[in-house]
Each structure stands twice: as structure tokens, then as C-alpha cells.
Design a protein around this ligand. Structure first.
Ligand SMILES: Nc1ncnc2c1ncn2[C@@H]1O[C@H](COP(=O)(O)OP(=O)(O)O)[C@@H](O)[C@H]1O
Ligand SMILES: [Mg+2]
Length: 146
């Protein structure tokens, strides 16, 4: 799917927002500046969240509540090792209730649950290309007639 500009990314996020269920795990792949955080921000905004949505680059995770749903937005670019992961208590976040968006999931391989949905962004000279894959029954249900 081609996303010609940021507004196309936002439109995709709005469609996705309407289909999210508690516990779903979404991996976001793509280089720095590909639009991963833009998508999460637009999902939260679509669900009525009006506060700031900043990149969790240094905090690694930011929690949100929107439309009665609990969100955890991870950016694991700066996660160094398993010890840091355990020390931060991140394991406890995966309670089957929170909705997860995870940037740079490959930095926590083996520590985080498998993705229900994976979104792959590719930076083009103009806009972005995006591929969306459902890996589990939950993920496929989310993407049904998407
Ligand atoms: N479809 C798109 N086409 C062109 N630019 C986009 C598109 N979607 C988002 N952007 C822009 O690209 C940048 C993405 O930044 P960000 O979302 O922080 O990336 P990431 O989290 O992947 O590092 C922003 O400046 C945003 O305005
Ligand atoms: Mg980001």
C-alpha cells in the first residue's frame, strides 16, 4: 500500500484504531523517520486522546488511556540487554489487556510476545510504502476487510 504523505499515514491509523481490541500486539518495522510514531500518535488521536504523544526514545515506553483502552507504546531502539528489560519490569506489562505498539521489536527478541499484526514501513523518495500482515487469529480478525 502506498502512503503518499503524512495524511495518508494518519488515514491508515484511523482505520486501524477502530479495529483494535485489548491485548493485541502490533510490531512496527521500518527505518528511523519511516512513520512508526506518526502512526501511533494518529491512532491515539483518532480514539480521542488529546495530550502529547512523544516518541518513547529514552523512556522506552509511554502509557496511554484512550477510549477506555490501555495502550503501551514501546520504542526499543535503545534497549541494550535483557537485564535492562527485566529491571524495568516490562514483562509485567504484557497482561493480555494492554494494547501494544512496539517500534524496534527486534531489540527485544525472545522477551516480548509474538506479534498479532506486523506493519512494515519503507521510505520512498516520495512518501512511504507499507505492508500489513496478520500473524495470529487475533491479528487476522483485526485486519478482516481492512
Ligand atoms: N506517508 C508519509 N509520507 C511522507 N512523510 C511521512 C509519511 N508519514 C509520516 N511522514 C513523516 O515522516 C516522519 C516520520 O517520523 P516518525 O513517525 O517519528 O518516524 P519513526 O517513528 O518511524 O522513526 C515525520 O516527519 C512525518 O511527518
Ligand atoms: Mg519512532
Amino acid at each position: 500500500m502506498n502512503l503518499a504523505d503524512e495524511s495518508a499515514t494518519v488515514a491508515l491509523a484511523q482505520r486501524l484504531a477502530a479495529r483494535l481490541k485489548p491485548g493485541i500486539v502490533i510490531y512496527l518495522h521500518g527505518d528511523l523517520g519511516a512513520g512508526k510514531t506518526t502512526l501511533v500518535r494518529a491512532v491515539l488521536n483518532a480514539l480521542g486522546y488529546s495530550g502529547r504523544v512523544k516518541s518513547p526514545t529514552y523512556t522506552l515506553v509511554e502509557p496511554y488511556n484512550a477510549a477506555g483502552l490501555e495502550f503501551r507504546h514501546f520504542d526499543l531502539y535503545r534497549l541494550h540487554d535483557e537485564e535492562e528489560w527485566e529491571a524495568a519490569g516490562f514483562r509485567d506489562e504484557f497482561d493480555g489487556h494492554n494494547i501494544f505498539f512496539i517500534e524496534w521489536p527486534e531489540h527485544a527478541q525472545g522477551l516480548i510476545p509474538q506479534a498479532d499484526v506486523e506493519i512494515m514501513f519503507e521510505i520512498l523518495s516520495h512518501g512511504r510504502n507499507v505492508e500489513i500482515r496478520g500473524n495470529t487469529p487475533t491479528g487476522r480478525e483485526c485486519l478482516k476487510q481492512f
